[in-house]
Design a protein around this ligand. Structure first.
Ligand SMILES: Nc1ncnc2c1ncn2[C@@H]1O[C@H](COP(=O)(O)OP(=O)(O)O)[C@@H](O)[C@H]1O
Ligand SMILES: [Mg+2]
Length: 270
């Protein structure tokens, strides 16, 4: 017979056990004895509960994905018409309003992207990639961001080994960090992006010459919705943390009143 029971241990804790009891045969005949095996399954039960919880979370993630899709499609249509109408002569005097409507839609879209990254249940799908190649593809996009606000970009990429990376996530993380860095500086500021290796780690360092992060804000970095910006989401850095964690990478922050550097440190084995 098998059964599951709760036992109180002599330390006062309760453990879950699995009990298996079989009649004992001696020299081929059943004697009036049982062989009983009791296994502590407390931890297994915990894992099972955790797996069930993750399953529910996955469901929430999938639903979020579905809803995001349904919201994005109509937004794309609205944005398309705004672009189209905004270029018409008769709406010329409303050009700034059109610009606001379009940039608000872009912002809403960015928030959906951040939520999706946080909720995504998709299995981690990394391939061998070179971080430098991913960054090279992004430079023109980052430069466009920088030029708009009269800021400058420096890129210094050293030879680095390939890493197992999920490209789309690395793109999002890099853009979030560079946009935060650009946003932290006044016009004329320099943002530097570097990659290099150090002690079995590939490091991506993104430095700005902004005013730094005060200690009372530093503690709050990584808490969802923490933002000091009027139109911030407070999700950008949380997303970066999540992406780094998925890659077994760590993020270190060095900050002072003359600027901030974010180091993303990827281990590449021995
Ligand atoms: N490079 C930086 N320099 C100064 N402060 C920063 C920097 N990066 C992030 N922060 C601070 O962390 C907050 C949270 O950043 P983030 O999660 O990206 O959200 P958001 O950019 O929407 O505010 C910012 O509002 C800002 O106060
Ligand atoms: Mg941000």
């Amino acid at each position: 017979m098998t059964t599951e029971l709760s036992f109180a241990t002599k330390h006062g804790t309760v453990i879950q056990v699995h009990l298996l009891s079989v009649p004992y045969k001696a020299a081929g005949v059943y004697v009036d004895q049982y062989r009983t095996v009791i296994t502590d399954v407390t931890e297994k039960k915990l894992y099972e509960r955790e797996l069930a919880r993750l399953d529910r979370l996955n469901l929430v993630g999938e639903m979020a994905g579905g809803i995001a899709h349904e919201i994005r499609n109509p937004m794309t249509v609205v944005k398309g018409y705004l672009d189209f109408l905004g270029q018409k002569k008769e709406f010329e005097k409303y050009a700034d309003r059109f610009q606001i409507m379009i940039s608000e839609l872009d912002r809403a879209n960015a928030i959906i992207t951040e939520y999706l990254t946080l909720a995504r249940s998709k299995a981690y799908d990394a391939k061998p990639e070179n971080l430098n190649e991913i960054i090279k593809d992004l430079i023109s996009l980052i430069e466009t961001d920088a030029i708009k606000d009269d800021k400058n970009i420096n890129v210094e990429l050293e030879g680095i080994p390939n890493l197992f990376l999920e490209k789309i996530d690395i793109i999002q993380m890099t853009l979030n960090l560079t946009r935060n860095g650009l946003g932290a500086m006044d016009a004329g500021g320099y943002l530097t992006m570097k990659t290099f290796t150090k002690e079995k780690e590939v490091i991506l360092a993104i430095s700005d010459r902004g005013k730094g992060i005060p200690p009372e804000h530093l503690d709050k970095m990584g808490i969802p919705f923490f933002t000091t910006k009027d139109s911030g989401t407070g999700l950008g850095f949380v997303v970066c943390y999540k992406i780094a964690a998925r890659h077994n990478a760590a993020i270190d922050i060095q900050t002072s009143p003359t600027g901030t550097t974010f180091f993303v440190k990827f281990g590449f084995g021995v």
